[in-house]
Design a protein around this ligand. Sequence first.
Ligand SMILES: O=C(O)[C@H](O)CO
Length: 376
Amino acid sequence: MKIVLAPDSFKGSLTAKEVCDAMEEGIRRVIPAADIVKIPMADGGEGTVQSLVDTTGGQILTEVVTGPIGQKVTAKYGILGDGQTAVIEMAEASGLYLVPADKRNPLLTSTYGTGELIRAALDRGCRKFILGIGGSATNDGGAGMAQALGVRFIDSNNQELPFGGGSLDKLERLDLSAVDSRLAECSFTVACDVDNPLTGPQGASHIFGPQKGATPEMIRLLDANLSHYAAVVEKQLNRSIQNLPGAGAAGGLGFAMVAFLNAVLKRGIDIVIEATDLPRQVMGADLVLSGEGQCDGQTVRGKTPFGVAKTAQTAGVPVILIAGSIGQGVEELYSHGVCSVFSIVDRPMSLQEAMERAVELIANTVERVMRTRFLA
Ligand SMILES: O=C(O)[C@H](O)CO
């Protein structure tokens, strides 16, 4: 019997690889000789670097870069097993979690560190990039990232702009003469966590500014500044991309990735499915097990188990989900290739206990699943 294990991580508790290992244990208790294929998954957000590195036999590296408020941070990134594809989560360098609540100010925060991570991977020979973007502390339209790669943002006095979305109204022109020439050899695929445009009522500043510390006044300013920046880009680079779905992800980093790096913006889960070769891996399988910390109505909005289930459905393979907990709307999954969803919690217990005992609880649940007549 061939069984493919393709779960997401259980956030705050286990990596996707650890979930795979726990699932394997549960299966082997019932079918010791099962042919098990383990594919740790992610949806482009937190855990993407780890799962792609684990799946491809790559390596995790660290780099000291400039954090969102100018502090030094040690950020992780990955190089996949092919030795030439870098996988970067922007939040490692420019994430909201790096800024204490009382220091959050999206007028000043910068994505410069994300650009430094790209540069570090270029130095190691990478020419293909997968970037997971979202969870940012920034609203600078990705200007900092572009600055780290050599784009100069010039004001009317011929001076370079300081960091942060609060200064973009001063942008007079872009100077591309010092852009890192290695970028011409590169391709960039970007996993966006949202499909918002750069500006307007659904744009980066209005929707995600408040969580980064923006007041209503700052939101108006930031939105106007991003519009001005987009107009300069349009005039100089002849690209009208501010309404592109995903341009507003990570405070407009999606916009800059397209404008300066010719990136393709995609749904995170689709990128991971492609990078892990999931469609080929599920062919001929008897069962796919996936899962995540919480399965609910949100899962069908492009989260990992949904993408896995759609892929398996195309190949005609049944899918069972193993979840930390099950929330409202989970039944929506049943029309997308999911046969059933099992919670790992086997008696009333605290979240902390469920997280601490996750390995044992997942193994026990998978064992029970394997003992059902469905598989007999
Ligand atoms: O970083 C952000 O702004 C949000 O996660 C949306 O991308």
